[in-house]
Design a protein around this ligand. Structure first.
Ligand code: BGC
Length: 560
């Protein structure tokens, strides 16, 4: 029996029209400091992005999402923002930014930027004012300051642990403590403060006025808090349900903020879009962030923690398409981003305790033993999984370098590491996220593999030469060539938001059809899968067909 997933309200939607462009977009994430360095200081910059606009256009993506490019001390890779309405001088100027947006728009590429509303940096003028103004001041009320505990207040208000590890409170000179969910340099804002709310509306307008098409909202589920006394201990906190009433995570009233933001987004033509980074407990709670009255779309991270397994993929696909129907939004597919081990590497490692999840972190922790990583298996599976995703209804977020089949870099010494999660010993990702943030290889030769004229801010290993853009562009069988072909074809594949499963006689083979005649077949197993007479309809495969047979760990796109 086949199952049909469709969106009642959007079956006939023209997903290429301007207001709905985001519903089925292929969005390419740029981590600006590691993309391309035009100024030659080892750090990627806006002019570097501008110099690679042709590459982005040739790739065939619909939009770019830029991770933070704002002034920052880089205590957390730029997610510690000093000024939300400027460009870091090391990355360029606002004029450079405008030129980049114009050039991308000229090629039909939309621009999404990252907004970091949960915390500022400790160098932000508001935090500096808060330190100077002292307890009880209006300046301190923009943040979360509390008295300490113990006879002299020398103990933190609670024993809470930050997401990156270590204490979540820091004491300032006059003895008060401030709350930081992430690094010490990232004080959390107080979203009950009207000035904070108003200022972010100004920021959204500032960038929308400059032509930005959409926003990615960092930790969208953490902004509002209930810190009324008595505060629970971390053990108590861990037991509290995340049902809208948890003191720190996914509180119901956070949606009042996004309803306000929506009025700003909708005051533009076409309306500005947004996608929430929201790690919440259920699909229903995620759907709230994706509602048309709120941010409109939310990341689905299920595949970041899934094995390369047909049953697991099918469940996740079905659940998320159902969830999209619930919110009226479209779903999002993600296999890699700047926070996780690259998927080519995850898929090339032996399972740990029977599960593939998290083995990437353990592998890096062990120094990245070459013997454990099967690079070819990783690449085969990564290509198969990505081509499956690109054939699904919804938008797909691609992370820079994955179009090269790039692997995680484990060869980074503690002295070279930058990630606060590494230094603070985060439980979720103890070895940090630097390995997926190493500057891209553009050429097999030359300084920093063509990234820039004077080195790279994270070390690039010698094997990067094999994955360089110039090498792959010249090879029709490369991952880059595959992405280019798939992204071009995808435009005619994504004409509606429906999918119909087609049963196969194999548990390890998934097959689905789109109403416009396209079909996607993914073989998760190692045994070849016979496509029979349908082999004639194949237009793209990740591995060459052999006499009409799809090899193991491969995806085929068919068109009737
Ligand atoms: C971003 C991370 C960042 C954190 C704090 C996240 O979810 O993706 O890179 O460290 O928010 O801003």
């Amino acid at each position: 029996m086949s199952e049909v997933h469709s969106l009642d309200t959007h079956d006939d939607l023209d997903t290429h029209d301007d207001a709905a462009w985001w519903r089925q977009a292929a969005v390419y994430q740029i981590y600006p400091r590691s993309f391309a360095d035009a100024t030659g200081d080892g750090i990627g910059d806006v002019a570097g992005i501008l110099s690679r606009v042709d590459y982005l256009a040739e790739l065939g993506i619909d939009a770019v999402w830029l991770s933070p490019f704002y002034p920052s001390a880089l205590a957390d890779g730029g997610y510690d923002v000093d000024d939300y309405r400027d460009v870091d001088p090391r990355l360029g100027t606002l004029d450079d930014f405008d030129a980049m947006v114009d050039a991308l728009h000229e090629r039909g590429i939309k621009v999404i930027i990252d907004i970091v509303p949960n915390h500022t940096s400790n160098r932000h003028e508001w935090f500096q004012e808060a330190l100077a103004a002292g307890r009880g001041s209006a300046a301190r009320d923009r943040y979360i300051f509390r008295e300490g505990t113990g006879p002299d207040g020398s103990q933190p208000p609670t024993d809470w642990v930050s997401v990156f590890g270590g204490p979540a409170w820091e004491r300032v000179d006059d003895g008060q403590w401030y709350f930081h969910n992430f690094a010490t340099e990232q004080p959390d804002l107080n979203w009950d403060n009207p000035e904070v709310r108003e200022d972010f509306l100004t920021t959204l307008r500032f960038w929308s006025d400059r032509g930005v098409d959409g926003f990615r909202i960092d930790v969208a589920h953490m902004l509002t808090k209930d810190l009324s006394e008595p505060l629970p201990s971390s053990a108590e906190l861990a037991l509290l349900p995340q049902d809208g009433t948890h003191p720190l995570i996914d509180r119901d009233e956070v949606h009042e903020i996004y309803a306000e933001w929506r009025t700003v987004f909708d005051s533009y033509d076409p309306p500005r879009t947004a996608v929430a980074e929201a790690w919440v407990s259920t699909p229903e709670r995620r759907a709230k962030y994706a509602s048309a009255e709120g941010l409109g779309q939310a990341f689905n991270f299920d595949l970041l923690v899934a094995d390369f397994d047909a049953a697991e993929f099918r469940r996740i696909i079905a659940d998320n398409l159902a969830q999209a129907t619930l919110s009226g939004s479209s779903t999002t597919w993600v296999l890699s981003n700047h926070d996780v081990t690259r998927h080519a590497t995850r898929y090339g490692l032996p399972a740990l305790d029977g599960r593939a999840v998290k083995q990437g972190v353990e592998w890096v922790r062990a120094g990245g033993p070459a013997a454990d990583l099967d690079r070819e298996q990783g690449r085969r599976r990564a290509e198969a999984a990505t081509m499956l995703l690109l054939g699904l209804p919804g938008s797909t977020y691609l992370y820079q370098g994955e179009e090269l089949g790039l692997h995680e870099v484990a060869e980074i010494t503690p002295e070279q590491r930058q990630d606060p999660a590494f230094f603070r010993g985060a439980e979720f990702d103890g070895f940090g996220r630097d390995g997926c943030r190493v500057p891209l290889p553009w050429s097999a030769d030359g300084s920093s593999f063509g990234f820039g004229a004077d080195g790279a801010h994270l070390p690039q290993p010698a094997w990067f030469a094999d994955y360089a853009v110039d090498v792959e562009a010249a090879d029709p069988a490369s991952t880059l060539s595959l992405y280019r072909k798939a992204l071009r074809l995808r435009r005619s594949l994504q004409t509606d938001e429906r999918l119909e499963w087609r049963e196969t006689d194999r548990d390890d083979v998934l097959r689905f059809a789109r109403p416009n005649g396209w079909q996607v077949v993914t073989n998760f197993g190692t045994e070849p899968f016979d496509l029979g007479s349908d082999a004639d309809a194949v237009v793209l495969t990740t591995q060459p067909l052999r006499d009409g047979v799809l090899p193991g760990e491969a995806t085929a796109w068919l068109r009737a």
